[in-house]
Design a protein around this ligand. Structure first.
Ligand SMILES: [Zn+2]
Length: 98
């Protein structure tokens, strides 16, 4: 699997570290709502299809990236810096090829 880092270009997934589900909303750090913190720490989506994920290019520029990956095909439809500076759109595979 290749992930196209907006800064470094296409790189093998071995250079990246999965950082978790990109859909979670972190509660206010001062919050003592234990149900909200429990949900933030333990609840995970497990979709069949596109999923927002956070990856770090730990073997490269070390940027944190927001990746939309199809969990069934591993096709990546978009990659962006978490802080929203640049976006890359990887080329899609030609239809009919796998
Ligand atoms: Zn990079």
């Amino acid at each position: 699997m290749l992930i196209t880092c907006p800064y470094c270009g296409p790189r093998d997934v071995i250079e990246f570290t999965y950082q978790g589900d990109g859909n979670r909303e972190r509660p206010d750090p001062a919050s003592q709502n234990f149900e909200a913190w429990n949900a933030y720490v333990y609840d995970r989506l497990n979709p069949a299809g596109d999923h927002n994920e956070i990856w770090q290019h730990s073997g490269g520029c070390r940027a944190h990236l927001r990746v939309v990956r199809n969990t069934l095909t591993h096709e990546i439809s978009s990659v962006a810096f978490v802080r929203g500076e640049h976006t890359s759109t990887p080329r899609r595979k030609a239809e009919g090829k796998s």
